[in-house]
Design a protein around this ligand. Structure first.
Ligand code: PGA
Length: 250
């Protein structure tokens, strides 16, 4: 069974609720008849209600960009899986490299968040990827193995079927430098191999592995044609309705 691709937008810290509504007004008609792939948009928290409302009745899913692993409590500034669900979210990005780089996210916190997201019934998109120094030192495979092993620790069972991974080489994020389709496919194989070791062959064969890092309308087709690439996580090029629709319909 071929894996259905997921094309997900990561808006990062861009857009107000009004701008989110405006995006959906322009975007939804462009993808109304698109059924080949799943589509998700992950706006900032404050836009979630507006995005959920705007996307109602469409096939576009809404997700958070992060979450905390506790349900509720004295954790100022954090947001939990039940809160995301209550807003109408179905997806959540976990362990994005910007969170690892600027906000102290580690393989261990990624693992805790992943466990909670799966338990809550969310579809997590776990991000992994090497920085340029690691790639140049020939450490890509080792880094991916470490990040995957850390993330997948203790994850098993039926709920793990919703797990999604995004391979995002950090040197390709927001730089206009994209991994070649072959390079990405190679990394995806490493990730799938680690998933097979941690989760078993069956789950690993169904695991969707997205590519992220400077995906644009003009390179989406080459990337998405790789059998190993099961979708895209798109930052910059997802902020504009026409450009994101161009990627969805590569
Ligand atoms: P980019 O970001 O498409 O702007 O490179 C991707 C991401 O960080 O998820």
């Amino acid at each position: 069974m071929p894996r259905k691709k997921l094309i997900a937008a990561n808006w990062k810290m861009y857009k107000t609720p009004d701008q989110a509504r405006e995006f959906f007004r322009a975007f939804l008609p462009l993808v109304a008849s698109h059924t080949r792939d799943e589509i998700a948009v992950c706006p900032p928290y404050v836009c979630l209600p507006a995005a959920v409302e705007a996307a109602k009745g469409s096939k576009v899913a809404i997700g958070g960009q992060n979450m905390y692993w506790e349900q509720e409590g004295a954790f100022t500034g954090e947001i939990s899986a039940p809160m995301l669900l209550a807003c109408g979210c179905t997806h959540v990005i976990i362990g994005h490299s910007e969170r690892r780089q600027y906000f102290g996210e580690t393989d261990d916190t990624v693992n805790k968040k992943l466990e909670r997201a799966l338990e809550a019934g969310l579809t997590p998109i776990v991000c992994v990827g090497e920085v340029i120094q690691e790639r140049e030192a020939g450490l890509t495979e080792e880094v991916l193995r470490r990040q995957c092993n850390g993330a997948f620790r203790g994850i098993s069972g039926e709920k793990a079927a919703r797990l999604t991974v995004a391979y995002e080489p950090v040197w390709a994020i927001g730089t206009g430098r994209t991994a070649t389709p072959e390079l990405a496919a190679e990394a995806h194989q490493v990730i799938r191999h680690q998933a097979a070791k941690a989760l078993g062959d069956e789950l690993a064969s169904k695991l969707r592995i997205l590519y992220g890092g400077s995906v644009k309308p003009d390179n989406a087709k080459a990337l998405m044609s790789q059998e190993e690439i099961d979708g895209a996580l798109v930052g910059g090029a997802s902020l504009d309705a026409k450009s994101f629709a161009g990627i969805v319909k590569y």
